[in-house]
Design a protein around this ligand. Sequence first.
Ligand code: GYE
Length: 328
Amino acid sequence: MLRKCRKAHAFIGVLCFAILMGASGCRERTSNIDNSNHTLVLGFAQLGAESSWRIGNTKSIIEAARDAGIQLMYTEAEQKQENQIKNIRSFIAYQVDIIAFAPIVETGWENVLQEAKEAGIPVILTDRKIEGNEDLYTCYIGSNFITEGEMAGEFLKKKFYYTKDEINIVELVGTLGSSPAEERSKGFRQSISDDEKFRIIESVCGDFMQSKGKEAMGKILKNHDNIDVLYCHNDSMALGAIAAIEEAGLVPGKDIVIISIDGEQEAIDALKAGRINCVIECSPMLGPKIMDTAKRIMNGEQVHKAIYIEDRVFTEWDDLSDLPPRGY
Ligand code: GYE
């Protein structure tokens, strides 16, 4: 049994940005924690603040930790893998009970996860997945991005069911090498591959950011005057692209059919206004599930390797007047 007594402020010195919530001070770490007298300490390594989705995700995690009585050590990596690795190492040095993190890309985590394993600290992957050795983490909690890409393709097939002409598609891709970007591309292609009229004429990275989405779409519009569809891997890029489309004198949602993923409030409002045609939901409200799963793991319970959150599809054909505020 490992006994330790450390002050929270000592840890803050180690990290570039950290929020500690809940009780601090002396604690005891065992594999089976008695929740009645132990405050579980969870280190969460967020990847950044690139989109409204991410901001909603962070809020959900902070609130859920507070509600669950879990002490949260929160770090943010400013979109850099090296920062995220450094932050996870700090959690290991502090000997937190459990680590959760949203891996910015799929590869390059073996060493740090091996270190966590050797230190006996379980790891939850949240939001994004990694490639390779499944023994290095306990479970994944998040959406199924292949399904999201497929749902985008299904909408397109319905929308253009009676059209025989070629449909020219532009894709704005999320962060290269990240699981949502890889899988949303893959699922979409799988879905439209059985109909030759669908042609992806450009696929450009917008890094999940509004500013980059606008910039990328602005350039694409200069090179093509035959775009029928814009498929965006997230709402932030779609909202940026919409601005570029309007600046080019075109009408978003009419001249160019727009499909986006996430379901943030601004995108739903654009859908209702006819400026987006379809939004695939990807819920960032993962906090309660993460906290519940962390408690189960620390109680020695078996959890599923992949815990998927169910996502919906909102289209221009739906009555969305009763849809409650999205919260992100
Ligand atoms: O779609 C996007 C964010 O990893 C699912 O990352 C997440 C994606 C989300 O920046 O808005």
